[in-house]
Structure formats: structure tokens, C-alpha cells
Design a protein around this ligand. Sequence first.
Ligand code: ATP
Length: 249
Amino acid sequence: MSELDIPESHPRYESLLTRHRIEEGVEKGITSKQGLIAEGRGEAFDYLLGEQTIPSADEAERVAAAHLLLADHPVLSVNGNVAALVPGETVELAEVTGSAIEVNLFNRTDERMRAIVDHLEAHGADDVKGLSADARIPGLDHERAKVDRDGIYEADVVLVPLEDGDRAEALAEMGKTEIVIDLNPLSRSVQTAAVPIVDNIIRAVPNITAHVRELADSSDGELQEIIDAFDAEEAQTAAENRIRSGRLD
Ligand code: ATP
């Protein structure tokens, strides 16, 4: 089945599209088999959220936009699931915010790194980082610590979708402002983030871009006010309550 064969009127359109993209990602050597499991886990949470961007997530996405606009050196981190699900959307967000894109894998292999860089370039990215791996995140084992010096290592704001808890904690300890996108409100990465976004990455990334466009003419002071008014714990709790309450409205 191709993407075009999925009718948009199908009640589970988004979920079918997501599965299709992940499956294709595995076939192309972009997504790992573990990525399939991560996808299944995410889908379960998304079902319980009503497969929609809840108001607290929308607010967090607006705050993420403000951080990316104010940052000196913002970086969007991309793994195999992100590359399969939102390649073009990630390139667009990088363009409107002046962010760098860096590929970062939990199970790093040269083939997969290359395949993801090529895939992002095919979607319009240039100068994708991650291949030089000339710096290390302190406190992590060798392979998972690898980053680019002029990318994540020197970033002040990093968007890390679907990041594992250890790396999220290590990046936060380096003093970076971390924006996390993850459907599991209990994951350690969400609990660690300055801006936790509990939403499907398929909805979250384009919505951050929409907020960036809406905020493009705001002053630094106005952006800072949006950031200061945000309460990360409240956003995390709102998502957890929505999932636990089982209300699908
Ligand atoms: P922890 O953060 O608790 O250490 P983990 O890293 O062990 O969790 P994994 O299953 O490896 O968890 O990571 C996958 C995470 O990505 C899950 O929390 C899942 O909810 C989330 N996820 C999967 N697909 C999506 C998606 N499309 N959008 C947003 N989040 C997703």
C-alpha cells in the first residue's frame, strides 16, 4: 500500500499513515527494528489522548517556538523514527527557525547515519550534522555520547523528539534548554525537559512551525514572556491526567 492509497477520510488515517511511514523507514534502513516497538508504544498513548493535540501540548508547542526563535544556536536532533515520520516537516522547522539538524542514533551504525542524512537531504536539508561526531556528551557511554561539536555540543536550545531518558538527562545537565516531544508523559525525558510536549511528532512539528510563523514579528521581550509564563510540570500533569481519565473528547 502506498501513502496515496490511504483515504484521508479513514477514521484512523493518521495512525495508518504513521505505520506506513515507519514500515517504509525500516525497509529503507532508516528506522531500526526497535523503532517499530517504540512506534507501537507511542500509538497506545496517542489513542488514549484521542489522537489530538491537547491544549497543554499546543501551549508547549508555542513555548517551544518562542525558545527556538530566541536561541543563539538551536539544533533539531533526528533519530530513525523522526526521519521516517517527519523528514520534510523537520527541514521546514529548521528553515523557519535557523536551526541546525543533527542525526543522533541510540544504535549508531555508519550505514544508518548515512541513510538518514541522505533521506533528509532528499527532503531539502543541507549541511546535516552528526557524521563527524567530534565531541562527547559527558556522563554517557562512548557510542551514545557522540555528537558534533558545532551541533548539539554547542547548542543552547535542543529539540529532542523521542529521546531516551539517559541522554535527555545528560543534555539537561550540560545546561541546555531541552524541548522534548514524546507521547509518554511518564518517560524520563518528558520529566527532565524544560519544555515537555506530549503529542504525536506528526502533529507537533508542523504545529511548532505554525507557531513560529505566528510569533515571527514578536520582540525578544514578548517571546521571553511566553517562556516565563510556562509551567513544565503543569503541562506534564495535564497530559498524564488526560490519559488516566480515559476521556476521549
Ligand atoms: P524512557 O524515556 O522512560 O527511558 P524509553 O526511551 O525506554 O523511555 P522507548 O520505547 O525506547 O522508551 O522510546 C520510545 C518513546 O517514543 C516512547 O515513550 C513513545 O511514547 C514515544 N513515541 C513513539 N512514537 C512517537 C510519536 N510518533 N510521537 C511522539 N512520541 C512517540
